[in-house]
Design a protein around this ligand. Sequence first.
Ligand SMILES: NC(=O)c1ccc[n+]([C@@H]2O[C@H](COP(=O)([O-])OP(=O)(O)OC[C@H]3O[C@@H](n4cnc5c(N)ncnc54)[C@H](O)[C@@H]3O)[C@@H](O)[C@H]2O)c1
Length: 478
Amino acid sequence: MSDTETHLKQNYIGGKWVDSKGGKLHDVINPATEEAASTVVLGTAADVDDAVAAAKEAYKTYSQTTREERLALLGRIVEEYKKRGADLAKSMAAEMGAPVSFAGTAQVGAGIGGFLGTIEALKNFEFSEQHGANKVVYEPIGVVGMITPWNWPLNQIALKVAPALAAGNTMVLKPSEECPGNAVIFAEILDAAGVPPGVFNLVQGDGPTVGNAISAHPGIEMVSFTGSTRAGILVAKAAADTVKRVHQELGGKSPNIVLPDADLAQVLPPTVQGVLVNTGQSCIAPTRILVHKDRKEEAVGVIKAMFDGTQVGDPAQEGGHIGPVVNKAQFEKIQGLIQSAIDEGATLETGGTGLPANVNRGYFIKPTVFSGVTPDMRIAKEEVFGPVATIMEYSSLDEAVDIANDTEYGLSAVVSGDPSKAAEVAPKLRAGMVAVNAWGPGPGAPFGGYKASGNGREGGLFGLKDFMEVKAISGIPA
Ligand SMILES: NC(=O)c1ccc[n+]([C@@H]2O[C@H](COP(=O)([O-])OP(=O)(O)OC[C@H]3O[C@@H](n4cnc5c(N)ncnc54)[C@H](O)[C@@H]3O)[C@@H](O)[C@H]2O)c1
């Protein structure tokens, strides 16, 4: 058994791999084969207590480290991380089905990106500012609890751990029980980089047990959560009694407003691509594609060709194909949503229910395109989290903006077309991020949403500030 396989059955607390106090073993299922990919321990509230105690102790010294010491530590983590890229990719391919080529580039790269963006932000960060008669200083918050999902697992871990370390906090991470292997390797990387004992702690487990214990823990000053809006609400409720800071990165149902005069062959591929990347399992996937009614046929042609040309296949194989969705529950949910669109009268342009022709097992979804989708349909309202695009029509740009904003979510939006015209549309969109002719924000942009998509921002300078307290000192010389 490799070290990583052994460590999957343990927690990392106080700089050591330790057995859980009462945890049970759980098989993680490979979504391509429906067989066990790995075995992880599901920890307990007692494990969280131990991790918080270690983090509190470590905070006494780590919170006092200098910018230079933290920069050196973050730099060493990046170096160690680069050595484990292949292991990380293999683990994610087996546990959540991201094809190994894509996992090794985009998924692993996103984790490094989180660290590099934080390093840049920390280099120039003003820890002290003068505001009138008040000196305002930024300080670490204390022990931060972190709960992360499986879809871009390293990205989510890095966007929390890097700024928490940069700010001088200590932490307890609970990764997704659907995809825990990369978090174990990540802890091994931090250990190899010399992160002091207790600064970073990893407790494996499920949401209702370990996630809830983190959210409610009186020794944790902040909980940073990424996942579904459903679980994010439960985290906030559990956190309320201890008045800890709650940072939420939640679900989305992002629109893509295609401007009436846009060159469709040029603007659709780079924006609609976001519905296929990672098998559609991105919180910012721009799935509601809004096209002018006179351009609908043309848009359907371009989008259908993209989806028909997308290969679905084994995540263990190198290549540009997409893999399965993460698990059986997601597979069944997506099948149900596809069927609901058919039942509610949308036009199925390609794809549909059932397995793609080239596979006979696994949680693979046919790349699917619907046109004639109206805002009242379930497929237009609910987050699908699969390779399913919906094409909706508008008559005027005002109507397009109304449809785009007609969602409980507000994470991200896309505008496809002339950037100067897109600049006039962007302020009207109720979303934390607007990308023009791309499906995601640019490097270093604050990442986060409006409305039911969350609170707070991650990445770069804004992410760093979100992991800090603000202290006002008045009555001293400026
Ligand atoms: N806004 C963003 O930045 C962002 C990024 C990635 C994913 N997401 C969202 O994440 C969701 C997909 O991820 P998922 O299926 O892993 O989400 P999920 O909410 O089921 O799980 C996320 C994490 O929360 C934990 N959890 C579940 N119930 C909990 C509870 N009661 N208390 C505490 N923790 C609990 C899980 O164990 C897991 O670690 C999608 O909705 C997606 O849009 C958002």
